[in-house]
Design a protein around this ligand. Structure first.
Ligand SMILES: [Zn+2]
Length: 218
C-alpha cells in the first residue's frame, strides 16, 4: 500500500502548498493577508497606534478603511480625522460580517487594509478576520481591550491571538503614581461588564494600585 505522500506526489508532480487544484493558467490569486492585534487597558493610545499604522499603510499607496463599533447608531460611512488632520473613511457597524455587503462588494475587493477599532464589541471578530485575511487577502489591524475592569478576558479580542501575525500590548500611565499602567480600574460600583464610559468611570492603574484599590466583588 502506498503512503499518502507518495500518492500525492504521483498525482501532483509539481508540489504546491496551496491551491494545488487550481488551473495553472488561472490569474494569480490575491496574496494572503495579515492580522495585527493591538491590545492594552483604556487610555493606552490603542486608537492612536491603530491610526498611525493605517496612515503608514495609506502613504504606501494601500487602500484602507477604518471600522468601529456602533451598536446603537445606524450604519454610516463617516471619516475619522487624525491629530495631523488626515481624514480616512470610517464605517460604524454593529457587526463585521455585514461589512462587505454594506461597504459594497466592489469597494471591498479594492481594499488592502481594514483597521478595526473597539474590537472587543464585535462578536464575529474571529470569523471576519479568518475570512478577510485567509481568503480575501486583506491586512487587518485590530485595536481593542484585552481585559475588562476585573482583568478577565473581555470580548473576542484574545480569541484572535492564535490567528495573528503580531500582538502589541500597550500601556497607559497610572493615574495615581505615573508608573506604567496595564489595567483598567472602574471607579464606580456598577458591576455590568459592558459599561461604556470615559475618564469619569475608568482610570488606568499599575498593578499595585489595581490590587490596593479594587473592591473584591462576589
Ligand atoms: Zn500606580
Amino acid at each position: 500500500m502506498l503512503h499518502i505522500n507518495t500518492i500525492l506526489q504521483k498525482m501532483s508532480p509539481i508540489p504546491t502548498v496551496h491551491h494545488s487544484d487550481r488551473d495553472p493558467m488561472a490569474p494569480p490569486l490575491r496574496p494572503f493577508g495579515e492580522i495585527h492585534v493591538i491590545v492594552g487597558p483604556m487610555f493606552a493610545g490603542k486608537t492612536t497606534a491603530l491610526l498611525r499604522r493605517i496612515k503608514f499603510e495609506a502613504t504606501n499607496g494601500r487602500n484602507i478603511v477604518m471600522v468601529k463599533s456602533s451598536k446603537d447608531t445606524r450604519y454610516a460611512i463617516n471619516s475619522v480625522v487624525t491629530h495631523d488632520g488626515t481624514k480616512y473613511p470610517c464605517c460604524a457597524l454593529p457587526d463585521l460580517l455585514s461589512f462587505k455587503q454594506k461597504f459594497g462588494e466592489e469597494a471591498y475587493e479594492k481594499l488592502d487594509v481594514i483597521g478595526i477599532d473597539e474590537a472587543q464589541f464585535f462578536d464575529d471578530l474571529y470569523e471576519f478576520c479568518c475570512k478577510a485575511a485567509d481568503h480575501d487577502g486583506k491586512t487587518i489591524i485590530v485595536a481593542g481591550l484585552d481585559g475588562d475592569y476585573l482583568r478577565r478576558n473581555f470580548g473576542p479580542v484574545l480569541d484572535i491571538v492564535p490567528l495573528a501575525d503580531s500582538i502589541t500590548k500597550l500601556t497607559a500611565r497610572c493615574e495615581l503614581c505615573e508608573k506604567k499602567a496595564h489595567f483598567t480600574f472602574r471607579k464606580t460600583t456598577d458591576t455590568k461588564t459592558e459599561l461604556i464610559g470615559g475618564a469619569d468611570m475608568y482610570m488606568p492603574v499599575c498593578r499595585q494600585h489595581y490590587v490596593n484599590g479594587q473592591i473584591i466583588k462576589h
